[in-house]
Design a protein around this ligand. Structure first.
Ligand SMILES: C[S@@+](CC[C@H](N)C(=O)[O-])C[C@H]1O[C@@H](n2cnc3c(N)ncnc32)[C@H](O)[C@@H]1O
Length: 288
């Protein structure tokens, strides 16, 4: 598999670049077990215990290229957002107010050259294989390069972070809405937690308590019926907002996928698939 980077001919320095494109070849494909994009967080979940494996391809002396890497706590992975086909000059980041930003001011996957970079914890090196901690790459992502993370070169904690700092300040502000669950939603939360160890309420409350208004990347939308819905991982919830009392009521939980998809061949890897099917058996009336 090869990936080409187009380069505007007008920018190619005469003699320095012979074509208007550059070709990269992956050195390996990562195994993270994250089958769908929403399972990979926007940046690695540093607090989680994750074991991801990057086995470099055979036949290129990559065992040797990994010599001396074991002494580093972290390595940079440079990789390709291979599941994206398009890019946009303006993108809507998942956090903060519903405002589009220039893609080069974001870490969005929708870039003209869809290159990702992630500083991951290095848990071990054996032969051609790197054992890695939390990361934000989906299963099978092509990796182009591994470089040591060097705090003295790569870390500037005092550097300004533009609009991201403003959004972070907003997120740290106290929640504006009280979030409560209807009787039905409470029963569904308890059942999912007990029967399936599935619990996405913390994320639901965090998002809804700060800003329950429709937002594409936060997956909040108004349905044709006028009801509000939020997507959270493989699940959804219907909710209402009382602006006068600053209250959000989660009316019911729902599965993210309808039964006709869950039972279809090719959908075996949908997260929480069994739990979603059992949920729909128990609460068929809320099937999406
Ligand atoms: C916001 S990007 C940040 C990536 C990287 N840390 C960076 O800053 O360049 C992370 C998101 O990329 C998406 N993603 C991960 N692997 C991908 C792939 N191979 N193709 C397309 N999207 C991917 C996941 O949805 C994840 O939440």
């Amino acid at each position: 598999m090869e990936f080409s980077i187009d380069r505007g001919a007008e920018h190619a320095l005469a003699g320095a670049v012979s074509t208007d494109s550059l070709t990269l070849k992956p050195i390996g494909f990562i195994r993270t077990g994250k089958q769908v994009k929403f399972q990979a967080l926007h940046q690695p979940a540093e607090g989680e215990a994750e074991n991801n494996v990057l086995e470099l391809l055979p036949g290129s002396n990559f065992e040797q290229a990994l010599q001396d890497v074991a002494g580093f706590d972290r390595v940079w992975l440079l990789w390709w957002f291979h599941r994206n086909e398009t890019w946009r000059p303006l993108v809507l980041p998942p956090r903060g107010p519903s405002k589009r930003r220039g893609v080069f001011a974001t870490r969005s996957p929708h870039r003209p050259n869809p290159l990702g970079m992630t500083p991951v914890r290095l848990l071990g090196v054996k032969g051609r294989t790197l054992l890695l901690g939390p990361c934000d790459l989906v299963e099978g992502t092509p990796v182009f390069d591994v470089k040591p993370y060097v705090p003295a070169y790569d870390s500037f904690p005092e550097a300004k972070a533009g609009w991201i700092e403003e959004v972070d300040a907003l997120t740290e502000a106290p929640a504006r809405f009280a979030v409560e669950f209807s009787e039905l939603a409470q029963a569904q939360v308890a059942w999912l937690r007990e029967a399936w160890q599935v619990d996405f309420t913390a994320r639901l409350v965090e998002l809804l308590s700060r800003d329950p208004t429709p937002h594409r990347t936060r997956r909040i939308r108004k349905r044709a019926s006028g009801a509000l819905e939020i997507g959270c991982g493989a699940w959804r919830a219907e909710f209402s907002v009382d602006a006068a009392t600053a209250r959000v009521t989660v009316k019911a939980l729902e599965t993210g996928y309808p039964l006709r998809f869950l039972t279809r061949e090719g959908y075996e890897a949908v997260p929480d698939r069994e739990a979603q099917m059992a949920f729909l058996e128990r609460w068929p009336e809320v099937a999406g």
